[in-house]
Design a protein around this ligand. Sequence first.
Ligand code: MSP
Length: 559
Amino acid sequence: MLFCRKIPTRTPIYISCRSRLPALCRFLSTATDTSASKPFYITTPIFYPNAVPHIGHLYSLVTADIFARFTRISEPDRLVHFLTGTDEHGLKIQKAAKDRGIEPSVLCDALSEQFRRLGNRANISSTVFLRTTEARHREAVEHVWRTLTAQDLIYKGTYSGWYSISDECFYTDSQITYLPSSLTPVSIETGSAVEWSSESNYKFRLSGFRERLLDYYTTNPKSLHPSAHRERLIQTLKDEPLDDLSISRPRERLSWGIPVPGDMSHTMYVWFDALTVYLTGVGFPAEQQGSLWPPNIQVIGKDIVRFHALYLPAMLLAMGMPLSHTLLAHAHWTAQQRKMSKSIGNVADPFDAMDTWGVDAVRFYMARVGGRFRDDVDWSPEQLEKHADEIRSLLGNFFLRITSRTIQKRVASVPQLTFIQLLDQSLDGPNGDVLSSLRNLKGRVEQCMEKFEVGDALDAIILVLREANGALTHTAPWSTQSPPEAAQVTYLLSLEVLRVTGICLQPFIPEAARNLLDALGVPKAERNMDAAALGKGRVGEVKGVKLFEGKREIASGGQ
Ligand code: MSP
């Protein structure tokens, strides 16, 4: 996706922030970087409203939401700023509107609304939904352009090469191929059709940032996760030239976009426009919002690593701004092992899935199967059903079993144990295993989330639930064969399991976790990670309720 092969010899000129750009300088002076109290800023990519949302879009949203919600329960006093939105300019949208015979703005209004609806339906806790057609965004983009121009980092040049409308990306000769059955050239990486372009446009001196980018990725292991992306990027930066980037298209070709300041005959390249949205989202260029910058986590798909890992950081370096702490690049969902595509007809509809299985079941499936981010995963209704059953059974059904009247009666027939006595009497047998996993759960979940291992965090929670279900079946507190004292031990331990796992599950399945914590009478102030330590919180009056929307919890084992 490099733009031109010629490596310009001019090095960028960095101006002194204080002398030339007082407004930007004030913004930067408040943009302190790594302090722990800095608000937590997390972003998703902004979505192209050229078609209705699909499962892949929901995946980016759910992934970011898990981290946003986890931060809220880990650091309840910290502000969480969570941006999502739609990427509305560019040839792709212009073409989609033309194909439908409508104005781009009409298309964007209708489809942007679908993405907003998707976020609401999926319980995404974003705090700002930004559209790149908003005036505040245009102001931010123009400001960035002017700032780079003032530093002589933008120049007028020419471009001869390939462009893919579908990818909104420039390609060199070596990045395209011809399919055996057709004469249409396509991108080797994405398979998208490309067309030849020869035009004059504005370029950003990206080449001058190669060394600094290489240094940044080499010395910052957390900058890009999973690490394979970082290693590949470092290798590319070492092996290949980093060419200057074309950042405008002639207006007669691209009319749907932000005009280049001072040159109405050019429209900004959609990625230059789109990447700036993360700045718009914190109120840039106004100074008072500066403390939100930089993003702590930026969730992106693996197909857009280059834009976020090279172009955006170079733009930020050029402006003297701190870079995002971590780019979290997820893999893709496929269907029947193939890329989801309208023409193949294998695109999964996220609204349908949530209507059929319930929001939390879909979120759970995405995090459990897609929470490792490394390999593509296949979207399968059968697997979704299986995973939905897993959590309904391990959590919902477990909760119903433990709150049965028979058990409650037996437990009430003996004096209540103190927590210390409970710990003492849970040391052996299956309860002992539950106790030791539960004791470690908070630390384990925190450790996994710190390393962006969402799948492992969920594994640890599921393991405790599995053990607790097993211990319940084994000790059978409902049975007259088990003494009421022993029934009480299992009952109280199970409630502690539900309390702690309920807290830890909030980022993943927020609604079911809330139902559970409400039903357990856990006070709102004790639903944070601090209270997820063993014995660190209270259970109040327990009410047996259904935790999941959609299908009923399945009765299994014991009762
Ligand atoms: N508009 C750009 C992003 C600009 S960010 C400044 C874009 N939009 S997109 O709508 O095409 O994709 C948005 C996100 O959805 C990307 O992170 C992309 O990786 C993700 N997905 C699109 N299809 C996907 C799958 N099949 N599976 C998982 N996610 C994929 O790119």
